[in-house]
Design a protein around this ligand. Structure first.
Ligand SMILES: [Zn+2]
Length: 94
């Protein structure tokens, strides 16, 4: 999957969004840090898709994830945070 980077303050961030143009989203969960990357889960407020936001320094990347995957991560966060951290680290590396 190609990573799409842009500066948060760049004038046209929407064009590089992994989801709907505009990219207004609602945060659902903060997954903390994995491999130096800050990871949040949210939902696109246009289409309702789950998005994972990976923030590294001034760059942020958004990736659409399936309902199943989002639910899986959320249940791991609750039941097995250590495992979630491992899974996210792998996700960041991929
Ligand atoms: Zn969307």
């Amino acid at each position: 999957m190609p990573f799409l980077f842009w500066r948060r303050k760049a004038p046209q961030p929407a064009a590089k969004s992994d989801c709907c143009n505009g990219l207004t989203w609602t945060a659902v969960a903060d997954f903390g840090h994995a491999a130096g990357v800050d990871i949040d889960l949210g939902r696109c407020s246009v289409c309702g898709s789950y998005l994972m936001c990976a923030t590294y320094g001034a760059s942020a990347t958004y990736h659409r994830v399936s309902e199943e995957r989002a639910a899986h991560y959320l249940s791991l966060q609750k039941d097995d945070p250590e495992r979630l951290r491992m899974v996210l680290r792998k996700w960041v590396d991929s």
